[in-house]
Design a protein around this ligand. Structure first.
Ligand code: CTP
Length: 394
């Protein structure tokens, strides 16, 4: 992978040496271009040392050397990653201004481009920035969603540059074969909600992040993806057909409706096992008594219905466990007659529910167990899909 890394002048530029190292670990050769402002945040010497190549800072090539740097570089490059991309750089890319080494290179570059915008939330949401991003998106540039969290200015919100492992994963995505091209995949995600009365419900702590990451990764690998999602606050991944449901019964209906057209089913949803027998049509009042007893009935098991379908899709189940992870997952794999089961320890708050990271055990029908070490959920999603692809019938 021949990567040109463009770094513009935002605080996240300090992550550039780590990013270069991680790209190299993934097999990339990296050449770095810094804008003059980026060079105030990160030292060109560090980047030259880590990358093993001179860092390009000047728009004009070395007069002693001959040749035009940015044209030669564009012949070599297979991908341009700009991280962080500031509002100023995004504006220059949108209109083609070429007034420093990075913006000039971007006009000369012919291969794919990935950009990771990073800035204060109010700048990110400014109409000019959004308009410029829309122009770049329409041009086929891959724009990464900024992370939410504490920003360097002390504000909380969207605008952080995604961490280097997430950037590396996105770069690798551009080099990965579209190995799910022509496959149709149904992914379920998120919790379900079972009504107690018009204002209350019983649910669980699933955020939907793992299922959404799987839907996004499968779509990028060429699959036609339908995502059946319980209530979450996540945006729909681009290019994925989203069906929103609330209850386990609605999820089952949506899954069964789309089963015949799905070759692979990935059941990442945390389906409520029980629902109140009857939900009260009116709000239950405090005055109704000092105690409240609810009676629950078992929800149907969606996976069991899928596994007995004919033709039977390739089925990936999930097991959320707080104890005896592997033993419980193996038992579930055979009980649910799945092809693979992804087991995660939801007792560990640093992974699992609502976390951006995960660490899972994947057990196959033939007993093979693969441990996927702690990583962002999009990385885990691609590793799971690798295991699916290996086992798919041709
Ligand atoms: N699942 C399902 N339908 C249900 C409950 C669960 O399809 N009514 C699926 C989940 O989407 C997941 C797998 O079954 O892929 C395992 O879910 P989990 O809650 O871990 O297992 P349960 O079968 O509910 O067993 P238990 O809660 O007793 O551990």
């Amino acid at each position: 992978m021949n990567i040109v890394l463009g770094v513009s002048g935002g605080i996240a530029a300090y992550k550039a040496p780590d990013l270069v190292r991680r790209l190299q670990d993934a097999g990339a050769d990296v050449r770095v271009i810094l804008t003059p402002n980026a060079a105030r945040f990160v030292s060109p010497l560090s980047l030259a040392t880590v990358s093993g190549h001179g860092v390009i800072l000047e728009q004009w090539g070395d007069p002693d050397k001959g040749g035009v740097d940015h044209i030669e570089l564009a012949r070599w490059a297979e991908l341009l990653l700009i991280a962080p991309a500031t509002a100023n750089l995004i504006a220059k890319l949108a209109v083609g201004i070429a007034d420093d080494a990075l913006s000039t290179y971007a006009v000369a570059h012919r291969a794919g481009i990935v950009i990771a915008p990073a800035m204060n939330t109010s700048m990110l949401l400014h109409p000019t920035v959004q308009q410029n991003l829309a122009v770049l998106r329409a041009r086929g540039i891959d724009i990464m969603e900024p992370d939410e969290g504490l920003l360097a200015c002390g504000d909380e919100g969207a605008g952080r540059m995604p961490d280097p492992p997430i950037l590396v994963e996105r770069v690798q995505q551009h080099f990965r074969a579209r190995d799910l091209q022509g496959r149709s995949i149904l992914v379920t995600a998120g919790p379900t909600r079972e009504a107690i009365d018009p204002v209350r419900f019983i649910s669980n702590r699933s955020s939907g992040k793992m299922g959404y990451a799987l839907a996004e990764a499968a779509q990028r690998r060429g699959a036609a993806v339908r995502l059946v999602s319980g209530p979450t606050s996540l945006p729909s991944p681009a290019g994925v057909t989203l069906t929103r449901v609330t209850t386990a019964l609605e999820m089952r209906d949506a899954v069964l409706q789309n089963l015949a057209s799905s070759q692979i089913v990935i059941k990442a949803a945390a389906v409520a096992d029980f629902a109140p027998v009857a939900s009260s049509p009116r709000k239950i009042k405090k005055e109704d008594g000092n105690e409240l007893t609810l009676t629950f009935r078992k929800n149907p098991d969606i996976l069991t219905a899928i596994a007995s379908a004919s033709p039977r899709p390739f089925v990936v189940a999930f097991a959320a466990e707080t104890e005896a992870l592997e033993a419980n997952a193996r038992e579930k794999l055979s009980r649910k007659d799945a092809d693979l089961i992804v087991a995660n320890d939801v007792g560990d708050a640093s992974i699992g529910f609502d976390s951006d990271q995960n660490e899972v055990l994947v057990i196959a029908r033939d007993g093979t167990t693969t441990k996927i070490e702690r990583a962002p959920k999009i990385v885990i999603a691609n590793r799971i899909l690798d295991l699916v692809v290996e086992r798919l019938p041709q």
